[in-house]
Design a protein around this ligand. Structure first.
Ligand code: AMP
Ligand code: GLY
Length: 423
């Protein structure tokens, strides 16, 4: 089976490695990929957002399955264009990808399907948004309604902070048109969990859960990021909670999407808050989380490619995926400056030494090949240094031993990944 993987981050490196081990696989391309992915796939220089070129490439190569890693190509209609060209694509249609692309759409689906979530209101007028904030009080959450690269959310501890967020998003358009409307939400308190389910439009297969670390600073301080590290399994997310989330969130959401004529196929990523009143949905994403995907892939036993195919074609009930009980941890190495403007182009040494640490795996996220076989940093979150071992503590120690084997003074990481579970 010939597969084209779309994307070029740590998530795609993990997916590429896992797909490359499938007995069904005969050829793997990745667009655009990165130097790490190039070790297991043929990288093709097509941007993930260049839908026309991706579809043309897949058609020319008679690709059997297109697997989309990031959300942007899906919201741009990659799955729709593939379907028109007679190509199979793992990932939802643009209409179903609105579950990630529009926060208010997701809230409407939640209300229609009875999915427990934070109380909310949507505003297109900044004066009305400010009035609402003053009535509700703090803490309160302000979100740009559209896609803002994970940066359009402010969890405000005071009304003044919330008002400043409204001004930045709506009046100054800090996130462009994504801020033309804002969603203002009740602030949920509790532990945050990332949970993933494969969906074929009508049926859902629970995968595993992970805990991400969104803030840039230790002890969960500082600005939000795309995720600075993750571990799986997440002990706080019990089997009973998983069953409750499948029954009260995932399945009703699939039923509601199907009823509207926009069935969801792909991986549904539920961002959850485990509140005192039970699990509540923070948001859906229509793809694997990054870095969560990296730890999921390390724990996965079974054929990922067969499972993704079943999600495209129906028949998820026949899929058996197992998860290693051994915990996996990933520590994100970011370039200095992240989540602001990261320093680009610095050389990363010690990648082989890091990968040689027992139990460790190095995933490349934002890298480019430099001269003479060097690897250069090329974005904010640059590497995922992952490890698996018999206990979470040992996995964490192995990941940090691998971090310490790197020679990259311009990189940094959080030193406390896993603290909630390790105490
Ligand atoms: P999002 O972009 O929707 O994932 O939001 C980014 C982060 O903001 C989430 O991972 C949460 O940590 C936080 N957040 C979002 N919505 C809420 C909420 N209603 N209550 C508390 N925290 C939230
Ligand atoms: N790590 C969170 C995300 O992928 O959105």
């Amino acid at each position: 089976m010939k597969v084209l993987l779309v994307g070029g981050g740590g998530r795609e490196h993990a997916l590429a490695r896992t797909l490359s081990r499938s007995p069904l696989l005969t050829r793997l391309w990745c667009a655009p990929g990165n130097p790490g992915i190039a070790e297991v796939a043929t990288c093709v220089p097509i941007r993930a957002e260049d839908i026309g070129a991706l579809v043309a490439f897949a058609r020319d190569q008679a690709v059997d399955l297109v697997v989309c890693g990031p959300e942007a190509p899906l919201t741009l209609g990659l799955a729709d264009r593939c379907a028109e060209a007679g190509l199979r694509c793992f990932g939802p249609s643009a209409a179903a990808a609105r579950l990630e692309g529009s926060k208010s759409f997701t809230k409407e689906i939640c209300d229609a399907a009875g999915v427990p979530t934070a109380r909310w209101a949507r505003f297109t007028d900044s004066a009305a948004a400010r009035d609402h904030l003053r009535v509700q009080g703090a803490p309160i959450v302000v979100k740009a309604d559209g896609l803002a690269a994970g940066k359009g959310v402010v969890v405000a501890q005071s009304v003044a902070e919330a008002e400043a967020a409204v001004a930045a998003m709506m009046d100054d358009r800090a996130h462009g048109e994504a801020g033309a409307a804002v969603v203002i939400e009740e602030c949920l308190l509790g532990e945050e969990i990332s949970f993933f389910a494969l969906c074929d439009g009508t049926q859902a297969l629970p995968l595993a859960a992970a805990q991400d670390h969104k803030r840039v600073g230790e002890g969960d301080t500082g600005p939000n990021t795309g995720g600075m590290g993750a571990y799986s399994p997440a002990p706080a997310f019990t089997e009973a909670l998983r069953d409750e989330v499948m029954a009260r969130m995932i399945r009703p959401t699939l039923a509601e999407m199907a009823k509207r004529g926009t069935p969801f196929r792909g991986v549904l990523f539920a961002g959850l808050m485990l509140t005192a009143e039970g699990p509540k949905l923070i948001e859906y994403n229509v793809r694997f989380g990054d870095p969560e995907c990296q730890v999921l892939c390390l724990r996965l036993r079974g054929d990922l490619l067969a499972a993704l195919l079943a999600a495209c074609e129906g028949g998820l009930d026949a899929v058996a995926l197992d998860w290693s009980p051994d915990p996996a941890v990933v520590v994100v190495m970011a370039a200095r400056g992240y989540p602001g403007t990261p320093l680009r182009g610095t050389a990363i040494g010690g990648l082989d030494a890091a990968a040689a640490v027992p139990g460790a795996t190095v995933f490349q996220a934002s890298t480019v090949a430099g001269p003479d076989g060097t690897v250069l940093a090329d974005g904010g979150r640059v590497l995922g240094i992952a490890a698996t071992a018999g206990s979470l503590r040992e996995a964490r120690d192995a990941a940090y031993a691998a971090v310490d084997a790197l020679r990259w003074p311009e990189g940094f990481c959080r030193r406390d990944i896993g603290w909630r579970a390790l105490g």
